[in-house]
Design a binder for this molecule. Sequence first.
Ligand code: FES
Length: 108
Amino acid sequence: MSEQLFTAVTEARDIKEKNFSTFDVNGTGIVICRFRDEYFAIENQCSHALSAFDAGRMRGYNIICPLHGATFDIRDGSVTSLPAKQPIRSFPLRIVDGMIEVDLTNTN
Ligand code: FES
């Protein structure tokens, strides 16, 4: 098992329920999503035509790409509807003292 290297990103309470925020962490764009008080981290780049998700929205455990409407499961980055065919990366996430920390050196 590889070593985990977590980086603090934001306070958990700053992510609204059924919503997400985007961040740049050491040059990597990520999306932190919150649904049913669980938090998930995925890359902020659609696998279809590389759009960011900033102007997208969430529906349940799915995030919807704003450009052509592909959807991905925020829990593991898998594709849940076309036109995307390839998954996006999802990253290990933990909460320590109310801070969300993400390990960008590994994927789920
Ligand atoms: S860039 Fe996301 S669906 Fe096309």
